[in-house]
Design a protein around this ligand. Structure first.
Ligand SMILES: Nc1nc2c(c(=O)[nH]1)N[C@H]1C(S)=C(S)[C@@H](COP(=O)(O)O)O[C@H]1N2
Ligand SMILES: [Mo]
Length: 328
């Protein structure tokens, strides 16, 4: 869509689009030039015209230091989009990039189910339009003992939870990745057998208080752009104090639950992967130490791993009374 071809909005039209609902789109269009702003555009047209851009609040230096304890330098974008874990596309780090070229992320429907006032489905772009987008630069620590720093764009999950209106009994929230063997090679069967050792669709969950923490995001972008398929487009979970496997990608179902569910990795190997997946240098994986990590993009250099990935001050209180040495 070529928004530069739109006729100039007159003063009256401009006033019509100053309502709260139109605020973000309007700001985006103002950035692009008033000529691109026409009051008669439908929401769908506006969303399409947004292209690969979002309007979001950037992270200030003060916020960066308050949350991360220091100023962090992001990993190079090139590495973050070509060193990935996304087993639906394959097991090697380059598979997700190479095998996701045609992955269709729009239109994309997200289904909200379980213990809510009224279950519903919503198009991801409509959901994004309702939420407040922010940028958050966070440390990212995979259970395989490597790490990156990623500048995410997303909204706080708690904003969606409030929007979904869960019942009082809700204790957990579960996310499910799209199930589509046509698009995900590893979800296919071969001679009646599963191709993968994982039980797809991939599922992950959080306790509702973890989900409501202000650091917990649903990401829709990174590096100031929309997410690419290999990073979990169009919607993926970000919980910076947990191992990467908790940060489920390409979500199309969100359920509110009363009981603690079993997640994909926990089901596959309960001796090695727990429900919590909290980053903890003192609790070794059965097959390797978690005391340090290899920083991707720093020539193989290792740094000590921080308790709760450096976010202990923010989230430690959530785990008072839990035994750190036990794999939950
Ligand atoms: N659906 C799905 N989500 C997933 C995975 C996966 O295989 N499938 N891998 C997880 C793991 S182990 C990690 S480390 C992160 C990797 O995210 P990144 O590729 O954006 O760095 O995604 C997580 N989310
Ligand atoms: Mo991971």
């Amino acid at each position: 869509m070529d928004f530069l071809n739109y006729k100039k909005a007159n003063k009256k039209e401009l006033e019509n689009v100053t309502s709260e609902e139109w605020f973000r789109e309007r700001r985006k269009f103002l950035k692009l030039g008033v000529g691109s702003l026409v009051a008669t555009l439908s929401v769908e047209q506006l969303l399409a015209a947004m292209g690969d851009n979002f309007s979001y609040r950037s992270m200030s230096k003060e916020e960066m230091i308050r949350i991360n304890g220091q100023s962090l330098k992001s990993t190079s974008e090139e590495l973050a989009i070509s060193h990935n874990n996304f087993y639906e596309f394959g097991y090697s780090k380059i598979d997700p990039k190479n095998k996701s070229k045609g992955f269709k992320t729009r239109p994309w429907e997200v289904s909200i189910e379980g213990e809510v006032e009224k279950p519903f489905k919503i198009l991801v772009d409509e959901l994004i339009r309702k939420m407040t987008l922010v940028e958050r630069v966070y440390r990212f620590r995979c259970v395989e003992a490597w790490s990156m720093v990623i500048p995410w764009i997303g909204f706080e999950l708690r904003e969606l939870i409030d929007y979904a209106k869960p019942t009082k009994e809700v204790k957990y929230i579960r996310f499910t990745t799209l199930y589509d063997p046509k698009q995900f090679p590893m979800q296919r069967e071969f001679l009646g057998m599963n191709t993968s050792f994982l039980d797809f669709p991939y599922q992950e969950s959080l306790r509702i208080d973890e989900a409501r923490h202000s650091l917990t995001l649903l990401a829709v972008g990174m590096y100031q752009k929309k997410l690419l398929p290999q990073n979990g487009a169009p919607l993926r979970l970000v919980v910076p104090w947990k191992y990467g496997y908790k940060m489920i990608k390409s979500i199309n179902k969100i359920e509110f639950l009363k009981e603690q569910p079993i997640s994909t990795w926990e089901k596959e190997n309960p001796k090695e992967y727990g429900f919590y997946g909290n980053v903890d240098p003192q609790v070794a994986h059965p097959r390797w130490s978690q005391a340090s990590e290899r920083v991707i993009g720093q020539g193989g250099g290792r740094v000590p791993t921080l308790y709760l990935n450096g976010y202990a001050k923010e989230v430690e209180h959530l785990y008072a009374g839990l035994d750190r040495t036990k794999l939950y």
